[in-house]
Design a protein around this ligand. Structure first.
Ligand code: AMP
Length: 185
């Protein structure tokens, strides 16, 4: 099973991806995590990444796409994966489609986790990540609305979008996701 999780920063994509990963026994692939790992290595590319992440900007497509493709080509992704934080714009979505076509491994479903704006900001403020300052949070939400939110329509047109009410406990949201996936199977 290959899934994509969409939703604003703070919608709970990471938590749901972790839970689904355990349930289905497939890896949780978070580009944010992969990029933070590169930053910790303090390589030249890691330093370039930090400049974007710490300003709440998207890291350039060439860097992110290369990191993502390397990861999904690893052996543990052969039986499926859950993408969290990728794609984040139309270019990345087209890239992903082509990369997965080459691997003959199309995406089964895209879950859009929908939560009210107020909830998102409260959650982000309570998360204590270094890129979670009020200013970068506002900036990330703006970028999300402008370049990532249009992907909801893109996947809806492709016929694989599922809208998930993300307002509720972690367990409630997981149950909604499982129910909606059962309808596909
Ligand atoms: P996340 O952990 O998904 O909230 O991502 C944290 C930060 O990593 C984002 O604010 C971006 O700077 C960067 N990032 C993560 N995924 C991507 C992506 N697909 N494209 C560009 N930048 C990304």
């Amino acid at each position: 099973m290959r899934l994509i999780l969409l939703g604003t920063p703070g919608a709970g994509k990471g938590e749901q991806a972790t839970r689904l990963s355990k349930k289905f026994g497939i890896p949780h692939v978070s580009t944010g995590e992969l990029l933070r790992r590169e930053m910790e290595e303090r390589t030249p590319v890691g330093r370039r990444i930090s400049e974007f992440v710490n300003r709440g900007e998207l890291v350039s497509d060439d860097i992110t796409q290369a990191i993502l493709e390397d990861r999904v080509r690893e052996a543990d992704c052969a039986s499926g994966f859950i993408l969290d934080g990728f794609p984040r714009n139309r270019h990345q979505a087209d890239f992903l489609k082509e990369a997965l076509q080459r691997m003959e491994a199309p995406v089964d479903a895209v879950l859009n986790i929908e939560v009210p704006d107020g909830t998102v900001i409260d959650r982000l403020i309570n998360r204590h990540r270094t890129d979670d300052t009020p200013e970068t949070i506002r900036h990330r939400l703006r970028i999300y609305r402008k370049v990532t939110a249009p992907l909801v329509d893109y996947y809806d047109r492709a016929g694989i979008l599922k809208r998930i009410d993300g307002d509720g406990s972690l367990e409630e949201v997981t149950q909604r996701i499982l129910k909606s996936l059962a309808r596909t199977a």
